[in-house]
Write a protein that binds this ligand. Structure first.
Ligand code: HEM
Length: 247
């Protein structure tokens, strides 16, 4: 009589299972490395990380918190886009509709606004943490620069989003903000005019801010974040001993 095969073996030997899990249970260093490099989610982490760098009190998870807030902003932002219209006649009434008539509209708007404020805070605190722990030193100096770019994009998304409700607060905040940009030496007035699409905050400015806010900046942020996280992995996880070089 042929030996009966365990049902669990039948599953783990099946083609479907093996298409997901290419290696057996990793019980040696080589298999563990292969598991890390052949799975897209594990691949985000380096093959080895120092135990110290995993401590909450080392990074306070501020980079990860920034990523999560970004994802919340994309999700709630897409929901808001179903109702928002970037027109100077319709933007403010659209905000009223979102607040008063759309189911969970006020909640979605508040989630978007609070996550935006918190993301600016989280990114700044993350930068302070990186500075305080000296994690900007070689080999991580390139990632520091990518981080600075991410900070500028985050502030840009925050600034452009501010105009969209088209209420008195947003109108005057952007008028003041763009005037400040206009005082920059040499390029100031050109930058201001390019940003506003004219001399004052009106329809041309609204459509530019909207396009920057919902398309250009989020796409650039996804690209920069991908490079940033890839570098964290390549530079050897979070820095604890800043003199080591992991290539
Ligand atoms: C959208 C903004 C940002 C996101 C989503 C982000 C995300 C992350 C994540 C997830 C990590 C690994 C975990 C952690 O340290 O908490 C990290 C590490 C790092 N980040 Fe950021 N970051 C952002 C902005 C910045 C800024 C503004 C700087 C500095 C100017 C910066 C510099 C670095 C450096 C140097 C590391 C490596 C830290 C180490 O090895 O200890 N990042 N970032």
């Amino acid at each position: 009589m042929s030996e009966s095969i365990k049902p669990s073996r039948k599953i783990t030997d099946s083609r479907i299972w093996r298409s997901f899990f290419r290696h057996g249970w990793p019980d040696n260093p080589l298999d563990r490395s292969l598991t890390m490099t052949s799975n897209v989610f594990f691949h985000l982490h380096p093959v080895k990380v120092s135990r110290k760098s995993l401590a909450w009190s080392y990074s306070f998870g501020l980079g990860v918190i920034s990523v999560i807030l970004f994802l919340v902003l994309v999700f709630t932002g897409v929901l808001l886009m179903f109702y928002y219209v970037p027109s100077i006649e319709r933007a403010y009434p659209a905000m009223n509709t979102i607040q008063l008539s759309v189911p969970m509209g006020q909640f979605t708007r508040n989630m978007h606004r609070w996550s935006a404020h918190l993301m600016v805070l989280a990114v700044v605190l993350h930068m302070v943490r990186v500075f305080y722990t000296g994690a900007y030193k070689p080999p991580r100096e390139f990632n520091w620069v990518v981080g600075v770019v991410l900070l500028l994009f985050t502030l840009g998304a925050s600034f452009t989003g501010y105009l969209l409700p088209w209420d008195q607060l947003s109108y005057w905040a952007i008028t003041v903000g763009s005037n400040i940009a206009g005082y920059a030496p040499v390029v100031g007035s050109t930058v201001r005019e390019m940003l506003l699409g004219g001399q004052e905050v009106g329809q041309d400015a609204l459509i530019r801010f909207y396009t920057l806010h919902i398309a250009l900046l989020p796409v650039l942020m996804v690209v920069a974040m991908s490079v940033h996280l890839w570098r964290v992995r390549k530079d050897g996880g979070l820095a604890v001993n800043h003199n080591e070089h992991n290539g």
